[in-house]
Design a protein around this ligand. Structure first.
Ligand SMILES: [Zn+2]
Length: 234
C-alpha cells in the first residue's frame, strides 16, 4: 500500500507531494530558460488536493532549488510541511484556487512585455487567435495593490473575468492552467500576445477580435484541442 500522510485533515499520498514538489522545481528552471522570470521573482504553485498546495519558497532563486525547498500550504497560506517560508504571493495563489475550481496550477511571471502593459495598466487585447483560444479573450489589468497583500489577490480575482490570466498593475502577470504544463502555455501565449500588442500599438494599432468570435474559438479549443493535449480525445 502506498504511504500517505494527513494534511489539512486529508489523506495525501507521499508520492503525490513528492511529484508536486519536483514538478514545481522543474517548472522554475523552465521559466528561467524561457525568460518568463528572473532571479527569485515570480512564483509557482500546484494543487495537490483542495486546501493543499505546493508553492515556491519566498526569496529563493530557481537555479539551485530542491524539491524539499517547496512549501506545502493550506488555503489560509499556513505551512503544512516544509522548512522555508512560502512565497510572499501565496495569498494570490490561494485566492485564485478558491475562485477558479478548474485551476490545478498557477504561474506568476514578471515577463517583459506583459509587465510593460501592466505598467501602462492596459489590457492584453484579443488581437491574435491563440490568446482567445487558450486564455479566453482580452486579458485585463487588475487595480493596483501592494505586493503580497490580500488586496492584490482580491483585485486579481476580480479582474480575471473568466480568463486564465490577469495582469497585475505595475508588477507582472498571473496565469492558471488545468495542469502545470497548461499554465506554462497560458504564460507563453500571454507574453507573445503582449509583445504583438506593443508592436501593433507602435505601428498604428491592431483590430481586436469580436467577443462573439472569441467565444466560438475558445469554446472550440476547450472542447477539442485542450482535450487532445491532455490525451482525453484523439
Ligand atoms: Zn511578483
Amino acid at each position: 500500500m502506498q504511504e500517505a500522510v494527513l494534511l489539512n485533515d486529508k489523506k495525501i499520498l507521499v508520492e503525490a507531494i513528492r511529484s508536486a514538489r519536483e514538478a514545481v522545481v522543474n517548472m522554475g528552471k523552465e521559466l528561467m530558460e524561457r525568460k518568463l522570470v528572473a532571479g527569485s521573482w515570480g512564483n509557482i504553485s500546484v494543487k495537490i488536493a483542495d486546501g493543499v498546495y505546493a508553492v515556491t519558497p519566498s526569496g529563493r532563486g530557481y537555479a539551485n532549488q530542491k524539491p524539499e525547498d517547496i512549501v506545502i500550504i493550506d488555503s489560509a497560506c499556513q505551512t503544512l510541511d516544509g522548512a522555508l517560508t512560502p512565497s510572499s504571493e501565496s495569498k494570490l495563489h490561494t485566492a485564485i484556487y478558491a475562485a477558479c475550481p478548474e485551476a490545478q496550477a498557477i504561474i506568476h511571471t514578471h515577463s517583459i512585455y506583459a509587465s510593460a502593459l501592466a505598467a501602462m495598466r492596459k489590457p492584453v487585447p484579443a488581437i491574435i487567435e491563440d490568446i482567445v483560444q487558450i486564455i479566453g479573450g482580452r486579458v485585463h489589468c487588475a487595480e493596483y495593490a501592494l505586493p503580497g497583500t490580500q488586496e492584490l489577490a482580491d483585485n486579481a480575482v476580480a479582474a480575471m473575468n473568466g480568463r486564465k490570466a490577469v495582469l497585475l498593475a505595475n508588477h507582472g502577470a498571473v496565469c492558471w492552467g488545468k495542469s502545470l504544463e497548461d499554465a506554462l502555455i497560458v504564460a507563453e501565449i500571454l507574453e507573445k500576445a503582449a509583445q504583438i500588442a506593443i508592436i501593433c500599438q507602435s505601428c498604428g494599432g491592431a483590430v481586436e477580435l469580436s467577443s462573439k468570435d472569441a467565444e466560438i474559438m475558445h469554446s472550440f479549443y476547450e472542447e477539442h484541442y485542450s482535450k487532445r493535449q491532455m490525451g482525453t480525445e484523439k
